[in-house]
Design a protein around this ligand. Structure first.
Ligand SMILES: NC(=O)CC[C@H](N)C(=O)O
Length: 412
């Protein structure tokens, strides 16, 4: 193991070397970056990845992810727009980066917080050091701070807003950073899906990529679906194609007419960032119209929340969200428990759902809703990510459930 430098003082305000009452203590020795939270607290660390522009460090919600692998997929998952990700697993970066594990062309996360300094990559698939990859995509990182303390703070107090600052000149204006973190409006009410969505419709055609172990290659397409891209992860589109679907992707703001013009056998609603209620302003009317035409609908994560809204339910913000690869969920249809991968900060309020909606999945961590199905039309959705493989292929059956629904609807 390479030697790593010790943790820096975790919180500038608690720095014993800072004079009493000093709200702007100097950066501790060795600190080149800091994370400033909306409540004014400061976590010092060592910067890596891209420097932040002077006076314009990115503000975002600071969340945590407990996954032990998949940092590149996490960083490129468009659902992380507007967020700084704290990785609770300490060794991030040690398998480098490669072009196959991207969930989107570029990362949208505003920054990452890790415990250990990023080491040289040790993996045959690596084509680039994480540090260089982050630099090339303009994403700043901070290492060497107490990610446990930060995670405990998020767990106990909810996900705070924060600013990650890694200035090239090593100067920190903590007052300005505190003001910036305090002024960031937060994710509630924020519509980010249309920012990360594709701009033009396109056909998903990716037959030559490496497939997840044991998942097989693309089957000859039997049915045609339109996937509405609210910030879709590539592996979802891959899984739809692997289940035998011909996939056309359309922008988040596509109207029902623009969706139905493709004469789809089914409509898929993707994952995506931001507040579903804000996204719903344009998405919900389109989904409602698709539902009225009785076209089969399947939604994942943000797509699940939007389907919940379209069916008459409400969504709310969870205190700290579910982000990681070990989240137990019970499928109430089969009684089976799946270990799932998740990344969401909002949820469907089960109590708000009309009687024409059945709850199909529930979180065994906190009892929140993880899946629903309409009883009067062909539509279902899950809050978690069946395209990810946190262990075995627990949740891939949902893509086949979608195909079955399409076939039943076609009368085939
Ligand atoms: N992964 C997702 O689709 C996230 C959905 C939504 N932005 C949330 O945080 O709950």
């Amino acid at each position: 193991m390479p030697e790593t430098a010790p943790d820096l003082v975790p919180d500038g305000d608690l720095d014993p070397r800072a004079p009493e009452g000093d709200r702007n203590p100097r950066a501790p020795e060795g600190a080149t970056a800091c994370l400033v939270l909306g409540d004014g607290s400061v976590f010092w660390g060592r910067g890596f990845g891209a420097h932040t522009p002077a006076g314009n460090a990115p503000a975002a919600e600071v969340c945590f992810n407990t996954g032990m692998t998949g940092y590149q997929e996490t960083l490129t998952d468009p659902s992380y727009a507007g967020q700084i990700i704290t990785f609770t697993f300490p060794h991030v970066g040690n398998v480098g980066t490669n072009p196959e594990d991207l969930e989107a062309a570029t990362p949208v996360a505003r920054g990452l917080v890790v415990k250990q300094d990023v080491t040289e990559p040790a993996n045959y698939r690596s084509t680039r050091h994480l540090d260089l990859w982050l630099k090339s995509h303009d994403v700043p990182g901070i290492a060497g701070l107490d990610t446990r303390a930060l995670t405990a703070r998020i767990r106990d107090g909810g996900a705070p807003n924060g600013v990650l600052c890694f200035p090239a000149d090593g100067r920190f204006d903590l007052s300005a950073l505190r003001a910036q973190a305090g002024a960031w409006p937060g994710l509630e009410g924020m519509d980010l899906a249309k920012e990360v969505s594709c701009r033009q419709p396109y056909r998903w055609d990716e037959t030559e990529w490496a497939w997840p172990q044991g998942f097989g290659r693309q089957a000859a397409p039997k049915h045609k679906v339109v996937a509405v891209d609210y910030g879709a992860k590539r592996n979802i589109l891959r899984c739809l194609a692997a289940a035998g679907l011909d996939v056309t992707v359309v922008p988040a703001t596509a109207t029902a007419e623009e969706i139905l013009r493709h004469q789809p056998d089914g409509v898929f609603l993707s994952n995506g960032p931001g507040d579903p209620a804000a996204t719903g302003e344009y998405a919900v009317p389109a989904i409602r119209e698709v539902l009225e035409k009785r076209v089969p609908v399947f939604g994942i994560c943000l797509g699940h929340q939007l389907l919940g809204l379209a069916l008459g339910g409400k969504t709310y913000k969870l205190d700290r969200g579910h982000r990681g690869a070990n989240q137990p969920v019970k499928d109430l249809t089969t009684g089976k428990v799946e270990i799932t991968s998740q990344n969401h900060g909002f949820a469907v309020d089960e109590r708000s759902l009309p009687s024409t909606v059945r709850v199909t999945h529930v979180s065994l961590f906190d009892g929140s809703n993880e899946g629903l199905a309409a009883t009067d039309r062909p539509a279902f959705s899950v809050q978690y990510h069946p395209e990810a493989s946190p262990g075995p292929t627990d949740s891939h059956y949902l893509f086949h459930r979608f195909v079955d629904l399409i076939e039943t609807s076609k009368g085939g």
